[in-house]
Design a protein around this ligand. Structure first.
Ligand code: DON
Length: 595
């Protein structure tokens, strides 16, 4: 039974604070307020048959229409993916990729299907491609332009899922995206902001400016209309021809042609060889629940389980969700996880990752032991525990085999107990900035998620290790964490978020708020979040803040505190007493619908 909270809006750092009115541990809790112009009704819905939480109002509405036409949640998810690709070009698109977990209630206690449609490095890519003659990283080469783009996987992934698990024809589920791209929509503040941030790169490419500039060559602004006619035509071709409509024929020719023109690396062979991968999810047991999340090439699942394991014996509920002790332990566990991320994570198709060690409880206990109770881990701290020691012998033997503020998430669930979670991205705002002429396809800049050289930082400041260096056909390390929590094989919660390295810490905090602190789902999402990623040695706190005493105590523990927007937009659905509760993060402009 969830505790009752009463929201009382105190204007403190532009936030609402809430005070728990019942339960044995009265604690002050700070929450964010809704984004400007948003209503709580749009961000939370309790339904029975279907529930859809996405970051785009067109996407949520269209996915709901698909359901009403007789579609199942995979049909609805396919609609949502393609509409989001039109509605949120700053975040996702058919030139990008992603991950998804699908819990099919009929499969009982089986793993959720875990699907990897992440971009791949082109066959011609190599370890030193972003370095100059002196071995220095060439500024922005992995972020802007043709070399920053990996081989797209989104179309292959969603089409394969739809083919295997959908009910309605592809043309039906893609109709809304085709129409939205053709008719256009009014540019909203976040999209306008992304366009303004990428003005230089937009103006560098004629085909990109043709979409994001007006007839005078100035970039589009909030309130202008964004029409994507070429994208509409491309989507129509895909809806008729399926995967081949994108990876072969005229569209593929245009894509490869643009690479050739710009002396890029991608060839038809890259498109032919793109394959969707089915992975085993990362699994953890946490306080009687099973938690499933994305496996490498995402770091998300490994570190979510690692953090939960490290903290599993601490009675954080007794302290309170925003008590300095809770925040200190959460931050320290995050720090340990990110130290491991830099050392051990990469694409398991290419490099050995000690997954079972990193997610073992014994390893977590050793890490927990090295976290001081009342003192921040300092800047030179690095996790000296070795996860490989906790691997089973068979896992260790695998070592030999291998020697040699935009993304989008949506969650859809139905009354039968099925849940689908997917995080999809182009990486940075408007990806690489390159639109393939005549196709409307905006290419990703996912190559920046590789380590350009060991120790170098990516867009999100994440430190890159040897295991995440560029290799032909490798998938860059991600933090995207579509996650499903079950109990006795039945879905309890599905969730995920955008925002780079913050994704996994936002997801883990939401899970802990909901499961440990018994907070209602909306409040679990709205509560102020913190983030620590080891380097820099900074404890980021959202601008909605924490209780004054917590901040004072954290400073006394020598935490370096900085206030920052973390960018997460959690989209979650919980299963509660036969009902579906969907919540779209109040920080964003998402929409929840259902019936
Ligand atoms: O895969 C990753 O972890 C990143 N490419 C995700 C990028 C992201 O979330 C950007 N923004 N909000």
């Amino acid at each position: 039974m969830k505790n009752i909270y009463i929201l009382s809006c105190l204007t403190l750092l532009n936030s609402c604070s809430a005070f728990k009115t019942s339960g044995p541990y009265e604690k002050e809790i700070h929450y964010v307020s809704l984004a400007k112009g948003q209503t709580k009704a749009d961000h939370e819905k309790v339904t029975e048959k279907i529930n859809i939480a996405t970051q785009g109002s067109f996407a949520t509405k269209a996915a709901y229409e698909t359901f009403k036409k007789g579609g199942n949640i995979i049909d609805a998810a396919t609609t949502a993916s393609f509409v989001l690709a039109v509605e949120r070009p700053q975040s996702t698109g058919i030139g990008g990729g992603g991950f998804a977990l699908y819990h099919d209630a009929n499969r009982g206690k089986d793993f959720p299907l875990t699907v990897d449609f992440r971009e791949k490095a082109p066959i011609n890519a190599h370890e030193k491609m972003f370095l100059d003659d002196k071995g220095e990283v060439i500024s922005r080469m992995s972020l802007d332009g043709i070399f920053s783009a990996g081989v797209p996987g989104m179309v292959a992934g969603m089409l394969e899922l739809h083919k295997e698990h959908g009910k309605l024809p592809l043309e039906t589920v893609m109709q809304a995206a085709i129409k939205l791209a053709r008719d256009g929509f009014t540019i909203y503040p976040e999209l306008a902001y992304a366009i303004s941030k990428r003005e230089n790169i937009i103006k560098r490419y004629k085909a990109t400016c043709a979409i994001f500039c007006d007839k005078n060559g100035d970039i589009l602004k909030e309130g202008d209309k964004l029409v994507q006619s070429d994208l509409s035509k491309t989507l129509k071709i895909i809806s008729k021809k399926g995967r081949d409509g994108f990876y072969k024929g005229t569209i593929a020719k245009a894509l490869v042609g643009e690479h050739r023109r710009l002396k890029g690396l991608m060839t038809q062979k890259d498109l032919d060889k793109y394959e969707v991968k089915y992975r085993d999810p990362i699994r953890g047991d946490y306080k009687g629940y099973e938690v499933f999340s994305m496996s490498p090439p995402s770091s998300g699942g490994v570190h979510i389980i690692e953090i939960l394991n490290i903290l599993r014996k601490d009675d954080l509920k007794t302290y309170g969700v925003q008590h300095s002790k809770t925040v200190h332990l959460r931050a320290s566990a995050m720090q340990a996880a990110f130290s491991d991320r830099a050392s051990y994570l990469g694409d398991t198709d290419f490099t050995y990752v000690p997954v079972t060690g990193l997610t073992s409880k014994k390893y977590a206990d050793d890490v927990r032991y090295s976290i001081p109770e009342n003192k921040a881990l300092n800047s030179v701290w690095s996790n000296m525990n070795d996860p490989s020691k906790y691997e089973a012998k068979e896992d260790r033997e695998l070592v030999n085999k291998y020697e040699s503020p935009e993304t989008t998430h949506f969650t859809i669930a139905d009354g039968k107990g099925n849940v689908f979670v997917s995080t999809q991205t182009l990486n940075g705002y408007l990806g690489s900035g390159v639109i393939v002429p005549g196709t409307g396809i905006l290419l990703n800049n996912e190559m920046d998620d590789f380590a350009t050289k060991p120790g170098a930082n990516n867009l999100f400041g994440a430190v890159g290790g040897e295991k995440n260096l560029v290799q032909p056909e490798k998938r860059p390390l991600s933090s995207m964490s579509p996650t499903i929590v079950t109990k006795d094989g039945k879905a309890v919660l599905g969730l995920g978020s955008p925002s780079g390295t913050r994704i996994l810490t936002c997801v883990v905090q939401t899970i802990m708020n909901y499961l440990d602190h018994d907070m209602p789902l909306y409040e679990s999402i709205a509560a102020t979040r913190v983030h620590h990623q080891w380097k820099p040695n900074v404890l980021y706190v959202e601008e909605s803040g924490l209780p004054a005493r917590t901040i004072k105590d954290l400073k006394r523990m020598e935490h370096e505190i900085e206030y920052k927007k973390l960018g997460c937009r959690v989209q979650a659905i919980s299963f509660e007493d036969g009902k579906l509760r969907g919540v779209s993060d109040p920080r964003g402009r998402g929409l929840v619908l259902g019936e």
